[in-house]
Write a protein that binds this ligand. Sequence first.
Ligand code: PGA
Length: 257
Amino acid sequence: MRKKLLAGNWKMNLVPTEARALIAALRAEIDRDSATLAKDREVMVAPPAILIPSVAQALAGSSIFLGAQNMHFEDKGAFTGEVSPPMLKSYGVTHVILGHSERRHVFNESDELINKKVLAALKHRLVPILCVGETQEEHDGGRALEVVLRQLERGLEGVSSEAVAGVILAYEPVWAIGTGRTATPEQAESIHGALRGVILERYDRAHADQVRILYGGSVTADNVDSLISKPDIDGALVGGASLKADSFARIVKARTH
Ligand code: PGA
């Protein structure tokens, strides 16, 4: 059984006092049910890089995983402004979001660069959360599938069959991010099925069954149940609704059927 992953992407929000307060409130909601929740799900938060040390402290002893929103693929060097995999690891980061649509479209990250980051994450035993998703224009032009499959193929270039089960995918249609417009559970399920099909073709059935595929894009406490009840939707990557303890705690406790 694939455990669901409910992951919060804080993007460029919160300062340390707010971050610590959010973690404290979340832990109050989640930690007491953690034994029950742990049976079929995992929880992760991805703060901005500069908040990682204080969030790591606030999470001490919690079952909530600590993620990063991005990283460079090199271990160290002359890369002003960047953060390396060993730096993240040293603070207990376990997951890293890669190829988020804002990285692709605002910061012009290419499939080739994202692929280097995926390989670097795997090398350092960080779980890459590889994001794919089509823009509004591509969606309207009926090209959603073509776009996400290309992003997936290129993102996984050179990923071995031993490593692929440790990759998490996230389907995030760009037109649904921060817009309040969600893909319907049926729309998302059909793309997720196609993504899993690529894993099946490139690797095999066992690996395709293991890879988790999250949905992201305007996930809220109100729509999360119907999305993650779908068999190929293995969790959610949540932006806006992960910034409030009550809404994210409700999302974490989503009903899966
Ligand atoms: P949103 O963001 O939930 O605010 O739409 C999702 C994401 O970008 O990961």
